[in-house]
Design a protein around this ligand. Structure first.
Ligand code: SF4
Length: 346
């Protein structure tokens, strides 16, 4: 067997950052010595050995890995995590801190400590502490940044997405692209069939335009979220303070979730991007060449369900395109606000 890593070298002579992170991860896991050769794909030089290999295998990302078996068959990996998982299944992942007991008080101390730390550091703490019992809530939009950073930590993690059944086709395609790009599982959480059928039978498919989005969001988003979170001890969201000064201006980085319960009762909510601006998020996506939802190229900023999302108009705030027919202070779907007793299901 022969394992080859193909790294990209940029026009200015530096190695691409993702390739460096992947190499670091392989070293951390103690398998670097089992990479038989490293081949360089020189940006702008189609005849460099790595570029020729990329062309041969139809790969557009770096790094990638080629594994040649003794029988001559070849396996291509576009994701370092998948490569690690399949090629070195017995290699223990970084140890996760065990039996961490967190209280509201200890979370307040952590919030102070991490309030101004870079998102990658916050995510590293979260995944070191909770591993797969920490889930990224991925909406299929610019919060792909969270997945990229989680991959970089090298720690295990989970990802779920609320499949409301009303997402844009582009969002479903993007979810699939992200799944393949990173070689990760994304759990799709569907609404409860009976509740959904009852709503549609009684009020049709577009009741939110006349009597508000809460009932539909409650069935298609909040209840599935509640179900998903019962499997985890912590969750990571892409909430930022600059998304909506009226509803998200006070978002903390680490805090106990007051709206939902987790596997062991207390659920920790982590918002690593709380202090980032939209411009910073997009600066990161562009600089790291992350995959993104093509709807962003058509003017969409905050992306939710198809019937309830439109691109904001010039001068409007990014979330102005969500439930635009409702008052600004009511434009939250219930995922990030404490519920009133009447809406809290058991
Ligand atoms: S965003 Fe619109 S379609 Fe989606 S769950 Fe809420 S009300 Fe329903």
């Amino acid at each position: 067997m022969k394992r080859t890593m193909v790294k990209k070298r940029l026009l200015d002579g530096r190695d691409c950052e993702k390739c460096l992170h992947a190499e670091e991860l392989l070293r951390q896991r103690g398998v670097w010595e089992q990479i038989d050769q490293v081949i360089i794909a020189e940006e702008g030089n189609a005849t460099s050995e790595g570029m020729v290999l990329a062309g041969r295998y139809g790969v557009e990302v770096a790094p990638f890995f080629v594994v040649q078996s003794d029988d001559g068959s070849e396996q291509i990996y576009r994701s370092v995590l998948q490569f690690l998982r399949e090629q070195f299944p017995d290699t223990p992942s970084e140890s996760i801190r065990e039996s961490v007991v967190l209280s509201a008080e200890s979370l307040a101390v952590l919030e102070q400590a991490y309030a101004n730390r870079p998102p990658l550091e916050i995510i590293t703490w979260a995944l070191q502490t909770f591993g797969q019992e920490c889930a990224i809530a991925f909406s299929g939009a610019e919060d792909v940044v969270l997945i990229e950073m989680a991959v970089r930590t090298g720690y295990p993690f989970s990802v779920f997405c609320l499949d409301t059944g009303r997402l844009h086709p582009e969002t479903y395609q993007f979810l699939e692209r992200v799944r393949k790009h990173y070689g990760i599982d994304i759990s799709l959480m569907a609404p409860d069939t009976s509740a959904l059928q009852a709503l549609v039978k009684k009020k049709g498919l577009f009741s939110f335009y006349t009597d508000g989005h809460k009932e539909c969001c409650g069935i298609r988003k909040v209840e599935p979220l509640k179900r998903a979170l019962r499997s985890y001890r912590a969750w990571i969201t892409g909430q930022r303070r600059d998304q909506s000064p009226s509803t998200r201006g006070e978002v903390l980085v680490i805090h106990p979730d007051e709206a939902f319960v987790g596997k062991e009762g207390l659920l920790v909510k982590i918002n690593p991007l709380a202090g980032w601006t939209l411009a910073k998020v997009w600066g990161y996506i562009r600089a790291q060449e992350l995959p993104y939802n093509p709807l962003h190229d058509r003017g969409f900023v905050s992306i939710g369900c198809e019937p309830c999302t439109r691109p904001p108009r010039p001068g409007e705030h990014e979330r102005a395109g969500r439930w635009w027919w409702e008052e600004e202070t009511k434009r939250e779907c219930g995922l990030h606000i404490a519920e009133t007793p009447t809406t809290t299901a058991s």
